[in-house]
Unconditional design. Structure first.
Length: 387
């Protein structure tokens, strides 16, 4: 899957490496790949796609001789060592009409130490994070109208904008698999796998008191640490004679404990999707399913953590008539927290949704979600203990 810079947001929505390579025609291009690359792109696997398949584009210009391929076998692993460098020297010398360079000039005596190369940075030099904070400080958003008619029209417009920002695409349940059940100590449970029509899935456990009516109020419980960490929140609602669905959306819970969700999120971003929109779509569809199953007018959501908080808010803003309220534990008061803490992409990939903070903040999402009641019960704290 590579590094983040190899999977730029929306990059693969219309382009891939084959297109980028073909766009080099008719300019001189040398592709160097390693036969047994222990990192990423092995030469025998790559060659048919970005060399053999691209040669015709150079042939159209009569320039097939300037498009060249080299497979490194010494050492053949992920490298740009002497053998690869000397291939590059030969290529450049031919293209620039220079005497052929066969061997690298000995430069060992000219290599500088780290201390000799350190030049320092200007005082208060911006880092990438510092630049992001500076840009965020300059964000301005139009005020929410106070007139009820204007506010309703504004909410509809903002909802459409939100659909675009999170690339929201409704999903349907292809099948709900019932995997297990229990009846123990007065509580009954059913374990589910929710298979979506886009190929992704979610999992959850439904539970309620055995004597609790079938049409009891419904709460969906979400937890950033997965449903196993949601026991106390679920128990509290069951004790209130509610039925509860403890839900793990894609990128949450045990299904991802041995994987790296952020790597898959990179690919989704690169292909033009947004994990946040996909997760919100899952939540909406499953909430509609449990509402119909329980014959409830609305569903309640209780989340713990900044990831599920944001997913819940986005879902509520996309379908304001579905949820009665969203209660947030250990959440954040603003998306600015992502920059202030700071939160890394690995920790919360769905929060790195292009233009989300530029166009919206959490209070704005809560306003769009009306009449859903949004309540922030407790805040996250950073390492210094600050909110």
């Amino acid at each position: 899957m590579g590094d983040i810079e190899q999977n730029g947001t929306d990059l693969f929505a219309g382009l891939d490496y084959t297109h980028l390579t073909a766009m080099m025609a008719p300019r001189p291009t040398l592709l160097i790949y390693d036969a047994e690359d222990d990192c990423c792109f092995r030469a025998p696997l790559v060659k048919p796609l970005i060399y053999d398949g691209v040669k015709p584009f150079f042939q159209l210009y009569g320039k097939e001789d300037v498009f060249q391929w080299y497979e490194n076998r010494d050492p053949g692993t992920h490298n740009y060592q002497l053998n690869n460098r000397e291939q590059a020297y030969r290529f450049f010398s031919r293209q620039f009409g220079l005497p052929l360079i066969e061997k690298e000039v000995p430069v060992g005596q000219e290599i500088k130490s780290y201390d000799e190369l350190v030049v320092g940075l200007p005082k208060d030099n911006l880092t990438i994070l510092g630049l992001a904070r500076k840009l965020a400080d300059g964000i301005t958003r139009a005020q929410v109208p106070t007139d009820s008619t204007a506010k309703s029209a504004w909410a509809n417009e903002e909802g459409e904008k939100l659909r675009s920002v999170v690339r929201y695409k409704p999903v349907q349940l292809r099948r709900v698999w019932t995997l297990a059940n229990t009846k123990h100590r007065g509580v009954e449970t059913l374990s589910y796998l929710f298979e979506m029509d886009n190929g992704l899935s979610a999992s959850g456990v439904w539970l309620k008191g055995i004597v609790t009516p079938e049409k009891a109020p419904v709460t969906i419980v979400l937890n950033d640490q997965g449903r196993k960490a949601a026991a106390s929140d679920a128990s509290e609602r069951v004790n209130r004679d509610e039925q509860v669905l403890v839900l793990d959306l894609t990128f949450f819970g045990d299904a991802w404990k041995d994987n790296e969700p952020f790597s898959y999120a990179q690919i989704l971003d690169g292909e033009g999707d947004r994990p946040l929109g996909m997760q919100a779509a899952q939540l909406l569809n499953i909430a509609n399913w449990i509402r119909a199953r329980a014959e409830a007018s609305k569903v309640r959501v209780e989340s713990r953590g900044l990831r599920t908080q944001t997913i819940g808010l986005v879902a509520a803003a996309l379908q304001p008539d579905l949820f009665s309220e969203e209660i947030v534990h250990e959440g954040m008061s603003s998306l600015a927290w992502v920059l202030q803490k700071p939160v890394t992409f690995e920790e919360a990939p769905e929060l790195f949704c292009l233009d989300l903070y530029k166009e919206f903040d959490l209070d704005r999402l809560a306003t769009i979600a009306a009449p859903t009641q949004v309540k922030l019960d407790s805040l996250m704290r950073n390492k210094s203990g600050r909110l």
